[in-house]
Design a protein around this ligand. Structure first.
Ligand SMILES: Nc1ncnc2c1ncn2[C@@H]1O[C@H](COP(=O)(O)OP(=O)(O)OP(=O)(O)O)[C@@H](O)[C@H]1O
Ligand SMILES: [Mg+2]
Length: 326
């Protein structure tokens, strides 16, 4: 089963990602601005763009060589981001994994950080020996340099993994001086090497999550479009406001509606209520409930690797562009 680092794109898929029309791709290829390779797909040899070639294209495009590609050519508006909700099972880990992979495809240098002892982001990114590796526990409690806990996942994508040991961090972290600042200070030391740093958090109002709220510029609150998830939103927003007051920070907060099903009246109602109660925070993009996202988790790959033309691929593309560039 191909993993993310082996992903490659057909000219049509690459054109969609780069917002080119298909004739645009032909012109880029004939002028040598994009290189293709031949890959065997089923019974036929197909022309493909590799992950590294796509990244090179977007990076050079950022330096202006390929002209203006619109907003996808830029650096992220918010460098340090987190996916957050004290409620469990809303889709934080799934969306974080898809987001960091998509950002890496766009040529950004991305550091993903797993702050949940369940290690779901770690598994989603196909790191299966996370239990043997240092985690943010070693960084915050045992003073391991963050650089020593970073693991390469794929070109342009690194990870600080998590494992069950991270569930024991709260008491020792509580006893540390400057406990909420330790993560932010550790991140400062590696920040220069990345364009984007994204954390997946644990479903609790924990000190560890509080530390990430101190470090982050943008909080992406993932809210499932069901009544209980909506009910929990006031608490989540209150938690964020309390952190802002305590640490004298001003955070950008975006609410990402997930698991939307337009056949269900209740899903429509909750989305409507989210938009009317939090008009300044709700993202335009909505992530529909889709088996492709579950399948992507199972295959530990992107939704493009599962079904490039599916609704989930479109939703993640739109969401990523919105969270990165607006
Ligand atoms: N849009 C979606 N469509 C279909 N399935 C989804 C979608 N989003 C998430 N899921 C599925 O929902 C389940 C919970 O998702 P996930 O583990 O990402 O949530 P979480 O918020 O990280 O949970 P936790 O709070 O336990 O960390 C997973 O099985 C995931 O595959
Ligand atoms: Mg999770």
């Amino acid at each position: 089963m191909a993993s993310f680092k082996d992903i490659c794109f057909t000219p049509a898929e690459f054109s969609t990602i780069a917002r080119l029309d298909k004739s645009g791709f032909g012109a880029l290829e004939s002028s040598g601005q994009i290189q293709t390779v031949r890959r065997r797909l089923g019974n036929s040899d197909r022309k493909m763009v590799t992950l590294e070639e796509a990244q090179r294209f977007f990076r050079e495009n950022r330096s202006g060589r390929h002209g203006d590609q619109g907003e996808i050519g830029g650096l992220p508006k918010h460098k340090v981001q987190m996916f957050y909700n004290v409620k469990g099972g809303t889709g934080k880990s799934t969306l974080t994994a898809q987001y960091v992979m998509k950002a890496a495809i766009l040529g950004l240098k991305v550091l993903a950080i797993d702050l949940d002892g369940q290690g779901h982001l770690t598994v989603n990114l196909d790191i299966l020996d996370g239990h043997e590796r240092p985690t943010i526990y070693d960084v915050l409690i045992n003073d391991l340099p963050l650089a020593d806990a970073i693991l390469p996942v794929a070109p342009g994508l690194d990870l600080v993994p998590a494992n069950l040991g991270l569930c024991n961090i709260e008491i020792p972290l509580n006893n540390k001086t400057r406990r909420e600042y330790r993560l932010s200070e550790a991140l400062d030391k590696v920040s220069d090497q990345y364009d984007l740093i994204v954390a997946d958090t644990n479903p609790a109002a924990s000190i560890l999550n509080g530390s990430m709220l101190v470090a982050a510029d943008l909080v992406n609150v993932v809210c499932a479009t069901n009544p209980l998830s909506f009910h929990g939103m006031s608490l989540v927003m209150a938690t964020i406001e309390e952190m802002e007051r305590e640490f004298k920070r001003s955070l950008e907060v975006k609410i990402v509606p997930n698991l939307y099903d337009n056949r269900e009246i209740i899903s429509q109602e909750v989305l409507g209520e989210l938009r009317s109660q939090f008009p300044d925070h709700c993202t335009k993009s909505v992530v529909n409930r889709s088996a492709d996202l579950n399948e992507a988790t199972k295959r530990r790959n992107t939704v493009w690797g599962v079904n490039a033309k599916g609704v989930a691929a479109q939703d993640i593309k739109a969401l990523t562009e919105e969270l990165l560039f607006t």
